[in-house]
Design a protein. Structure first.
Length: 103
């Protein structure tokens, strides 16, 4: 079973950012959910980071993006850095989903 097939698509036929967001959230819950809190901040364009992780004293955030072009990747890094700074963090992860052809 390919859980990426038959997912919502943008006008350019690549998967929407929300698809990557939910897949990563589900994977993180399975991978670290027993020892960490994984909290989604659903992507609404309101300036919130996509995912927060709390593992004991450690805190982390992940910004999820669906690849559009190189300029968007650079801006995503700047955006994620602003989110991290706003939360008092000096590091952030950007999870970038790349489109591939379904076979």
């Amino acid at each position: 079973m390919n859980s990426w097939k038959e997912q919502p698509r943008r006008s350019d036929l690549h998967i929407t950012e929300a698809v990557g967001h939910f897949h990563l959230y589900a994977w993180l819950r399975e991978a670290v959910g027993r020892r960490c809190v994984v909290s989604p901040e659903f992507p609404t364009g309101n300036g919130k980071v996509d995912l927060r992780l709390i593992c004991g004293e450690n805190r982390g955030i992940i910004e999820v993006k669906s690849f559009v072009d190189a300029a968007q990747v650079k801006e995503a890094g700047h955006q994620a850095a602003r989110y991290a700074a706003g939360l008092g963090l000096d590091k952030v992860t950007v999870a970038l989903f790349l489109p591939v052809e379904d076979k």
